[in-house]
Design a protein around this ligand. Structure first.
Ligand SMILES: [Zn+2]
Length: 199
């Protein structure tokens, strides 16, 4: 199985910027993507669209995945809005395969972060990398950098590690591959929710 990981933006295109601390989307999604690769590569072949802070055009991103013959394409982004919106969402090109993949990744994300607003799986046929890739393709928006709380939260290494873990589990579900490591127990999740709530 071959997975292309597309870390959004890069180089002069920093994407969204956290209001609170100036954290760049391009840096956050690269970090999540590299963590995802580390988790995935014992199970599947991984292609990175970028591995450092360089600019890659949208046509080049799609071309890389198409030429390599990826089975799926996963684009990682962090959201931004002029309102105080928060939460996660996953976009699909609308194909059956991309909706299936998005539902599985979304399920794992919601499972990992049950306190976050679930904006759900959405079809958006106008997103370039989804429209021009020839395999099931999704674009994840793990949280809003424009929201101060989520900005602060995603600046933490452990948050980005857990986001990568959730995407990894969703991809493995899609391919019907059993993960190596035991998943977090219910007890472990409760402790983490309590930590988050400051209990
Ligand atoms: Zn973006």
């Amino acid at each position: 199985m071959k997975v292309t990981i597309d870390c959004g933006h890069g180089g002069e295109d920093s994407g969204a910027t956290g209001k609170l601390n100036g954290y760049f989307e391009s840096h956050g999604v690269l970090d999540i993507g590299l963590r995802l690769r580390a988790l995935l590569e014992t199970h599947v072949e991984v292609q990175m669209v970028r591995e450092d802070d360089t600019f890659v055009s949208l046509p080049e991103r799609a071309r890389m995945a198409n030429e390599w013959g990826a089975d799926i394409f996963v684009s990682i982004h962090l959201n931004s809005a002029t309102t105080d919106a928060s939460g996660w969402e996953v976009y699909t090109s609308g194909s059956v395969g991309s909706r299936d993949l998005a539902n599985k990744v979304g399920y794992r994300h919601a499972e990992a972060f049950p306190w976050q607003i679930n904006r759900g799986v959405k079809t958006n046929g106008s997103l370039y990398v989804l429209r021009h890739t020839s395999m099931p393709a999704i674009l994840t928006e793990g949280c809003f950098l424009s929201n101060d709380k989520e900005n602060q939260w995603v600046s933490l290494d452990e948050t980005r590690q857990e986001m990568a873990q959730a995407i990894c589990l969703g991809i493995l579900d899609y391919f019907n591959i059993k993960p190596n490591k035991p998943e977090l127990t219910l007890e472990g999740r409760v402790v983490r929710i309590e930590d988050h709530l400051g209990l």
